[in-house]
Design a protein around this ligand. Structure first.
Ligand code: ATP
Ligand code: MG
Length: 359
């Protein structure tokens, strides 16, 4: 089956007086694995349900394979949706659960048998046909939910937080399996998650949603390296952000920050066109001894270690600089002790890692 494109044009939706989606515009390419990422209540499920046909938009249109489906009921959309809680029938066996949608569509019995066997094989559930959902692990239940959806041979797969009920290890394994399955089937897939790591690792592109508004759309790398606003820079990874004013002086640029003080900036940095905050990622900061001489092309700050967390691969330090706390992630080297609290340090940030984020 040829994968389909999805287009969402100027879509708005409200429940009573609550505006939940505002002027949503999105294009999902055929075969793409696309994430809707945002905090709780940002409108992810509402948007997914709208594409499936369970919610109606009051403005704009939804196109699947170029066809406006706004007036098409869910069962005629050829869209498969996997719900967060899987919604399996507890009293039915795995095979019966998978066959359910096909029986509703009144397919001949032989076809139903064939399709159930095919999707069971596809998601590697062979041998579990006669079990009931209560006799399966979380990951197996999730595969039954996906198999049930794939059995109707949808053109479009919608997954609402499908991994959130699994433990950390199973979640990791299942997301890799899901990605492989999606590639193999080459089926356009929209994946809802509030977990940035899940979206970054699994999906081709991501739309970041906040308060019913799309904040940015891009590949995982583009969103991480070029966040367009404060929200995206903090939701995808962590960011140090400082309010202040960029000053272009004769002796080079500087930044007047109420929290950090007056800082000499690397000369290559140019003034932002709009009022902005200075931003840099914690992993871009290098901690050095307090006697570290100035290094060309770097911003240098002086501070005192205030707090530290060991995260295995790296240590996250909070360093007090002026009245601010700056996050600095340092790779952990086996056997090397962490810096004691109260240590005076220099922080070096290369100019290439410094951004000015519009407010
Ligand atoms: N049927 C409804 N009637 C009224 N308000 C609703 C309805 N469904 C959702 N909402 C509201 O719409 C907003 C978005 O809800 P939605 O379920 O889309 O969020 P979400 O991004 O999926 O969040 P979560 O990560 O918690 O699942 C919320 O403020 C929610 O309370
Ligand atoms: Mg939701």
């Amino acid at each position: 089956m040829k994968p389909v494109a999805v287009a969402i044009e100027n879509v708005a939706l409200h429940f009573g007086t609550t505006q939940v989606l505002r002027d949503i515009n999105l294009k999902v390419e055929p075969g793409e694995f696309f994430a809707l990422l945002g905090p709780s209540g940002s409108g992810k499920s509402t948007l997914l349900r709208l594409i499936a046909g369970f919610n109606r938009n009051q403005a704009g249109r939804v196109l699947i394979d170029g066809r406006d489906v706004s007036a098409v009921p869910p069962w005629q959309r050829n869209v498969g949706m996997v719900f967060q809680n899987y919604a399996l029938w507890p009293h039915m066996t795995v095979a019966q659960n998978i066959a359910f949608g096909l029986e509703e569509r009144r397919l001949p019995t032989a076809d139903i048998k064939r399709r159930v066997a095919a999707v069971m094989e596809l998601v590697e559930l062979n041998g579990l046909e006669q079990r009931r959902p209560g006799q399966l692990s979380g990951g197996q239940q999730q595969r039954v939910a996906i198999a049930r959806t794939l059995a109707i041979e949808p053109q479009l797969l919608l997954l609402d937080e499908p991994l959130s009920n699994l433990d950390a290890k199973l979640r990791l394994q299942t997301r890799q399996e899901l990605k492989k399955l999606q590639r193999r089937l080459n089926i356009t897939t929209l994946f809802v998650t509030h977990d940035q790591e899940e979206a970054l690792t699994t999906c081709d592109r991501i739309a970041v949603l906040d308060q019913g508004v799309i904040q940015q759309v891009g590949t995982p790398l583009a969103l991480f390296d070029h966040p367009q606003n404060r929200f995206v820079s903090q939701f995808i990874g962590s960011t140090n952000l400082f309010a202040g004013q960029f000053l272009a002086g004769d002796t080079g640029p500087s930044f007047a920050s109420p929290a950090l003080g007056l800082l000499a900036l690397p000369s290559v940095l140019v003034a932002p066109s709009e009022p902005s905050e200075m931003a840099f990622r914690p992993h871009a900061v290098r901690l050095c001894s307090a006697e570290q001489p100035a290094l060309a092309g770097h911003l240098q700050l002086s501070g005192v270690v205030h707090h530290q967390e060991f995260l295995g691969a790296f240590l996250r330090y909070e360093v007090r600089v002026g009245s601010a706390l700056v996050l600095a992630d340092q790779a952990h080297v086996r056997g090397q002790p962490s810096l004691p609290l109260g240590t005076a340090v220099s922080l070096l940030i290369p100019a290439t890692e410094i951004r000015f984020m519009r407010l």
